[in-house]
Design a protein around this ligand. Sequence first.
Ligand SMILES: Cc1cc2nc3c(=O)[nH]c(=O)nc-3n(C[C@H](O)[C@H](O)[C@H](O)COP(=O)(O)OP(=O)(O)OC[C@H]3O[C@@H](n4cnc5c(N)ncnc54)[C@H](O)[C@@H]3O)c2cc1C
Length: 395
Amino acid sequence: MDKKRVLVSGASIAGLTLSYWLQRYGFDVTIIEKGGDLRLGGQNIDVKGPAVEVVRMMGLEEKIKAANTTEVGIRFVTTKNKVVSEFSKDDAFSMTQELEILRGDLVEILYNKAKANADIRFDDHITAVNNLDNHVEVEFKSGAKENFDLLIIAEGIGSATRQKVFGNEVSFAYLGVYTSYFTAPKAATDSEWARWCNAPGGIVFLIRPDNYGTTRASVNFRSPERGYEKLPLDEQRKLLTDKIKNVGWEAPRLTEAINKSEDLYLERLSQVKAKQWYKGRVAMIGDAAYCVTPIGGKGTDLAIAGAYIVATELARNTDHTKAFEAYENRLRPYVAKVQKLPPGVPNLVYPRSKMGVAILNAAFRVAGSNFFKAVMKLFGKDKKKPKEELELPKI
Ligand SMILES: Cc1cc2nc3c(=O)[nH]c(=O)nc-3n(C[C@H](O)[C@H](O)[C@H](O)COP(=O)(O)OP(=O)(O)OC[C@H]3O[C@@H](n4cnc5c(N)ncnc54)[C@H](O)[C@@H]3O)c2cc1C
């Protein structure tokens, strides 16, 4: 019997993980990526929860550990760079995890694993899709037209193909914040500790160490939805540097880094919510289907776990509808839980006034105090969640 031909659109965390597993299960895989090369920008991300089991099964756990960013924990600081509180890697409230890696390093590791037998095409994208009973007809920017048995969209939050197939069935819950990531030269104030600084105007700076002797910076700001993610790079640079012009802390140094940065990435924080993650012979995975945003903190896990689940269900079920249904039934409750943000988040975390920043820093101080940590320990809340909340299918 001929191998089933699957087109995967998007060569990042979700698309590359999926491609590896589909090949392992005997599918014929074509990957298409809009960028001229892999998109390797971004900050430190972590692999945790169900994704750890998936990367272990892929034989990648040690490689990911070896690419560790060296971060030992996070410090909350004032605009005068005074430490308000700190949470080491072992602390329940630290965002630093065991498998902490630069996003670009993870994409490269997954690419090296997925590229073996896949037909990978850069600098191309889908211009038209016809989702038929027996196959999917696809037209590409290159002018080529091809038929595939299945199409899986892994194009991230801004997916254009999603719109062509799912139209208005997908909605966005904008969280009122834009985020940006870029690489900055290391400064004397940088160490192996990440630093989080709230500044008036609803600005949050996050600076994290990397394993290349540079620093990964993030500037976040509150704003109504304005389509800033679509602006040309130079205009994004101007927007960001204007936002941080008078807010103090390390803004001058970050302004210089933004103006020189080649890997600046700016995106809105918006959750993606779709009524259904598949339609006919097309399905969506990762941020394209269920973006949780970095505030939800599990985007990488969902991208990896979702990719593994859909591949495994396609291998277990010859009927693709049954496979897509099983994928969605298994993952949807987990996604719903992760997309539920605590009350007041993100607004409480991005105060606009000086007073709001002072109140938030006072709260960070309490949360970081030995007394508070001792109380949390008493209630058994000092350990990182040990139990798995999502059972992975196995063949
Ligand atoms: C450059 C970049 C930097 C990021 N930095 C961070 C970060 O620092 N911290 C964080 O928490 N999250 C970051 N993210 C988001 C993070 O990667 C995702 O939240 C998560 O890992 C889910 O991955 P994904 O594969 O679903 O989507 P993404 O990682 O967003 O990847 C989508 C891929 O699809 C490609 N693509 C888009 N449109 C098309 C199209 N029409 N046709 C073909 N290909 C297309 C993109 O170029 C990209 O390679 C970043 C994403 C990108 C693209």
